[in-house]
Ligand binder design. Sequence first.
Ligand code: F6R
Length: 606
Amino acid sequence: MCGIIGYTGAEEAENIIVDALEVLEYRGYDSAGIAVCEADGGIEVRKCAGRVKDLRSLCQGKRSRGTCGIGHTRWATHGGVSDANAHPHKFENVAVVHNGIIENYRDLIRRYHLEDRLQSQTDSEVAAAVLAHFYNGDPLAAIRKAVLKLKGTFALSILFEDIPGVIFAVRNVSPIVIARAREGSMLASDVTVLGQYAKEYFVLPEFYVAVLKKEDIELYDMSGEAAAPEWLTVNWDVDRSSKGGYPFYMEKEIMEQPQVIKETIMPRIREGIPDLSADGIPDSLLLECKRICLVACGTAMHAGLVGKALMQSLVRIHMDVELASEFMYSDAIVDEETLVIAISQSGETIDTLEAVKHAKKNGARTLAVVNVRGASVARVSDYVIYTNAGPEIAVASTKAYTTQLAVLYLLIGRMAYIRGSFGEKEAREFAKELTRVPDVMQQVLDRREEIHYIARSILNARDVFMIGRGLDYSILLEGSLKLKEISYIHSEAYASGELKHGTIALITEDTPVVAVVTQSKVQSKEFSNIKEVQSRGAGVILFMKETFSLEREAVWDSIFKLPAMEDGFMVMPASAALQLLAYYVSLDKGLDVDKPRNLAKVVTVE
Ligand code: F6R
C-alpha cells in the first residue's frame, strides 16, 4: 500500500515525480504529495487529500524548479484522509515519505516528547520526528539510530534540508527498488514505474541505507560498511503498463488473458508434458512432499481453492488452503514433509510474506507463485514460478488470477505425471487441453457484448447470490469478490447445496441469482438447487457449459453458454465471463472501475 517515488538528477523533479505517482496510484489513492529540494535552499512540500490529479493542480499554481524530490500516494492506515495526514511529513529539517506501519508510534511520541509538536495523526510523522531527533549533521548515523527505535514495517524515503540533491532510503519488509534513470537516480515502491525509465534495478536490502545522488548510488549496511547492490534486469513490458486504448485497465487486462496465459503455459510444456525444470523446480520437491498447504489472500486464495480441488482429485495428495492472514494464528500443521505454496500477484502482500517465513521456520519447503520479479515473497521462498501476466494495474485482479491458475494446472500436471497418477498418455492429454485455454477464453471475450447485456439486469440490485457446487462454487467465490469490490453490490457466493440450511431465507424475487453449471458430476444437483431459488421468485442468470442440456420448461432470465472444455478446465472460460459481468456492472454504474473505494493494489499492512 502507498506508492513511493524519488528522483534526483539533471531534470526538474516535480513533473517526473507527479507523472510517476499517477502510475503508482493503484497502490493507494486517498491523498498525494511531493517534497522538492528547492534550487535556492529549503524543502518545499505540497500535498492534499484526493487524487494525484488534485496534487497536479496544486503544483501548477507554484512550479518547483528543484531537481531532487520525493513523492507519495497514500492508502490511509493511521489517521484519516486529510491534507495534514498526506505525505510527505516534514519535521524540522527532515522530510519523509513512508509506506508501512510504525507499531510503537505511541511509545515514541511519549519518549521523545512529541505530544504537542506533531501536525498530523500519522505514525509516519513520528518516524520523521525521530529521525530529526537524532540528526546532527550525520545522516547515516541518524538513520541507523532512528530505525533501531522503530518497530513495525517501513519503507522510508528521506530528505535532509541541509543536504540538497540527495535522497536517503531504508526499509524493513515494505519494499523499495532503486535504479539509475533519467540522468540521475530513482527509487520507487515497485518496479512497475521504474521499468519505464530503467533497464536495471536493485531491491534495497532490509536494514541497508541507500544514498541516491545525481551521479551515483551508494549502499551501506547498518555498521556503515559500503555494500554492492545486486542488480536485476527489468523484465516488465512497459506497453502493458498503459491502457492501450481501453477505457479502464481492467478491461485491457481481461482482454490480455489469452496472450498472457499462453506466455505462462507454453514455455513450460516440453515434448507435450508439463515441465518446470527451467524454473529450477526439481521433481524431488514434488515427489517427496506428503501434503501441500497453500497460503494466499483474496483472489490468489481463490485460485488456490481451484488448485486444491484439482490437486486432490488428480494427484490424490492432501492439500489445505489457508488464508495467509489466519495461517500464523491457526496452528496449521506444517513440517518438513509439507510443501507450502504461496501465491501472490504482487509478491509483497505482508500476510503472505509472513506466512512463508512462518512455514520456513517450521521446516516446510516453500514454493512461490508470483507475478512481480524479485518481489519479497519470491525472494524468501525456496523456489519460485513466475506468472507471465505483465503489469496488473487495475485493483481488481483478473489476468493475475488466471495465470496463477495456469501455473497451478502445470504443477498439478507435473505432479500427477511424476507421482504416477497420470501415465504418459494422460499427461499429454492434460497438457493439450491446457494449451486450448487461450483460444477458448478468446471465444468468451469475443462475445463480451452478450455479457454486457446480461450485466444490465443486475445494475440496480442490492444483493446478488452466486450459486454452484464443487469447482463451480470455487469459481463463484472469485466471481462474487469481483462483483462486490468494483460494483459495491453486496454479493455472496454460496455452495448451492448449503442454501437450504439457512441462506435461502434471503432469496426473494428482488434477489438476482447467478448460477454456474460446468461440472458433469454435480450438474443435476445444481439444476435442482436452481429450481429451489426460482421457486422463491429469484431471477436466475445462468452460465452453463454449452454441451449440457437444459430442461425445456425452465425459465431463465439470461443464459450464457460457455465454450466447452474438459470439466477441470471450465474454470477458465467461466472466470472470464464472471470478470466481464462484474466489469460491465461497474462500468454502467459509472464507477471508477480501476480504483474502487477503500482498496489498494498492494497490501503491505497486516
Ligand atoms: C482482488 C484482489 C485481492 C488480491 C489480494 C492478494 O481483486 O486483487 O484480493 O488478490 O490482495 O494480493 P496479492 O496477489 O498481490 O498477494
